[in-house]
Design a protein around this ligand. Structure first.
Ligand SMILES: [Zn+2]
Ligand SMILES: [Zn+2]
Length: 257
């Protein structure tokens, strides 16, 4: 049975997918985007996603063609986001992050797969951006790992949740400006050289704002000897005169990252 356009999907991925489908028939879900009863993610919301076609650097705002280096993005060889962080996808991300709607991870992971396939990149392993231990404990899960796992299964690459760790408990990036975001996460990560040395890494995150978290993570991987670092995120925040869309839309009760 083809799944996600993959002719012979890995068994684990089929299991993962069917697990949620079975649950959905027992407890019909509400759409994570619009709340309509019936589907976890309805066709209206799926078609309402604003995909990014012309990609701009989250830091310097210049268009990115292939390789891109600027003051804010130094350690990454490649960086892309699937969609603009706006409804309905922003609502779905918030549901996954703050409302324990973990079934959305497998649906949103498909968009990462689409982004990966469109850009025809190849990597040795997948590493999700980690939460701090404290935040992981209070939330109970890392939503980025949940996104990255089915994605890694689909591209048949190993996922390493322990290769990169947050060594410093950083405050939420929401509400900080570009400089504050950068100094908030600089030196916050460390990577395990025995896993990453000589490898091409694909970093996964949910929302890209200024790229500060991605850059700090990539920098740690580089220090640990990674050969190449690429980054994919589900969504990219839109900058407005009032700030970034991740803080404007963030009406969820939890304000910590
Ligand atoms: Zn919907
Ligand atoms: Zn740039």
């Amino acid at each position: 049975m083809p799944l996600w356009g993959i002719q012979k999907p890995p068994k684990k991925l089929i299991f993962y997918h069917n697990f949620w489908r079975v649950l959905d028939t027992i407890f019909p879900p509400h759409c994570a985007g619009c709340g309509t009863l019936g589907d976890r993610w309805c066709t209206d919301c799926a078609s309402g996603i604003r995909k990014i076609n012309t990609y701009t650097c989250p830091y310097c705002k210049r268009p990115i063609k292939d390789k891109h280096h600027c003051d804010g993005i130094k350690s990454l060889d490649f960086l892309r986001a699937f969609a603009y962080y706006a409804p309905p996808i922003s609502i779905a991300v918030q549901q996954l992050k703050y409302q324990r709607n973990i079934g959305m991870a497998e649906i949103l992971a498909f968009y990462l797969l689409e982004l990966y396939n469109t850009n025809k990149i190849d990597v040795d392993m997948v590493i999700p951006i980690p939460l701090s231990e404290k935040r992981h404990k209070s939330r109970g899960y890392n939503q980025v790992s949940l996104l990255a796992r089915p994605f890694a299964l689909a591209i048949r690459r190993p996922i390493y949740n322990q290769a990169l760790t947050r060594i410093r408990d950083t405050r939420s990036q929401v509400g900080l400006n570009r400089q504050e975001r950068s100094s908030n996460v600089t030196g916050a990560f460390t990577a395990n050289p025995t896993i990453v040395a000589g490898k091409t890494i694909l970093l996964i995150d949910d929302v890209l704002t200024t790229g500060a978290t991605m850059e700090a993570s990539a920098h740690a991987l580089k220090i640990a000897g990674a050969r190449g670092i690429m980054g994919l995120t589900l969504a990219q925040a839109i900058q407005t005169s009032n700030g970034y869309s991740d803080q404007l839309i963030n009406t969820a009760s939890e304000t910590n990252y």
